[in-house]
Design a protein around this ligand. Structure first.
Ligand SMILES: Nc1ncnc2c1ncn2[C@@H]1O[C@H](COP(=O)(O)OP(=O)(O)O)[C@@H](O)[C@H]1O
Ligand SMILES: [Mg+2]
Length: 237
């Protein structure tokens, strides 16, 4: 069940992030080190403001650390040039955010097809693949609806399809159920778990829902600038 620890897809070494504004300095975290084996579904928990989003941004090459190193899927992520970082994100990472950032005026199908179009794939191929992904997330009936017309849970399903259509190795999800009610959040979490399994992803999911964290292989808690491993079964169900 537990993925084998000897095959780390992600390696974080001595990672720090400090925000400076004028004289003030906020040390968000310092000297974080951990590894994540391929196939792991890992939850990152911690209070609001603990630095979960900032950590995910750094791991996904959207932000840079103040010190330390991130190695992911054979890239030294934090030393990539802008162009190489964009290429790395496009090739290796699928992102899902609390607020999905879909294009509301475009249809569900167009939103999902977009990452393939920006890669230069022909429209017909991109739309065919997008249809397949809409089926995977249970939205095959909604392809021609504008994404802005869909419910919160449907939009998050769509965001997952868009994140995974490029077949990334790594899924980074930042509070993917944070804006949803209990039952809808549950269904979206189940979908994340199924897609994780079926596509052999390595998934890092920031969540403040401890019942969801409990269902992951591993849990890391970010607290006061330090990271600690928490046994999932020690969390409340
Ligand atoms: N660009 C920035 N400049 C200064 N402070 C920031 C910046 N980005 C985030 N922060 C601060 O870092 C802290 C952690 O933010 P965040 O990573 O969003 O935490 P979380 O996702 O755990 O709620 C917050 O206090 C936030 O105000
Ligand atoms: Mg956050």
């Amino acid at each position: 069940m537990h993925p084998i620890a000897k095959d780390p897809l992600l390696r974080v070494e001595g990672l720090s992030k400090v925000f400076r504004s004028g004289e003030a300095e906020l040390v968000l975290f310092e000297n974080l080190s951990f590894q994540v084996a391929k196939g792991t579904m890992l939850a990152i928990v911690g209070q609001s403001g603990a630095g979960k989003s900032t950590l995910l941004h750094i791991l996904g090459a959207l932000d840079r650390p103040s010190a330390g190193a991130v190695y992911c899927a054979n890239s030294h992520v934090n030393t990539l040039s802008e162009d190489d970082a964009a290429e790395f994100r496009n090739r290796e990472i699928g992102y899902v955010w609390q607020f999905h950032y879909l294009l509301p005026e475009f249809t569900a199908l167009e939103n999902v097809a977009m990452p393939l179009l920006t890669r230069g794939q022909p429209l017909s191929t991109a739309e065919q693949e997008a249809s397949r992904w809409l089926r995977e997330v249970g939205l095959e009936q909604r392809g021609h609806h504008r994404s802005g017309e869909l419910s919160g849970g449907e939009q998050q399903r769509l965001a997952l399809a868009r994140a995974l259509i490029t077949q990334p190795q790594v899924l980074l999800a930042d509070e993917p159920t944070g804006d949803l009610d209990g039952r809808t959040g549950e269904l979206v979490f189940e979908l994340v778990a199924r897609l994780h399994r079926e596509h052999q992803l390595t998934s890092l999911i920031a969540t403040h829902n401890l019942a969801f964290a409990r269902r992951c292989h591993r849990v890391l808690r970010l607290d006061q600038g330090k990271i600690e491993e928490v046994a999932p079964e020690s969390l409340p169900a």
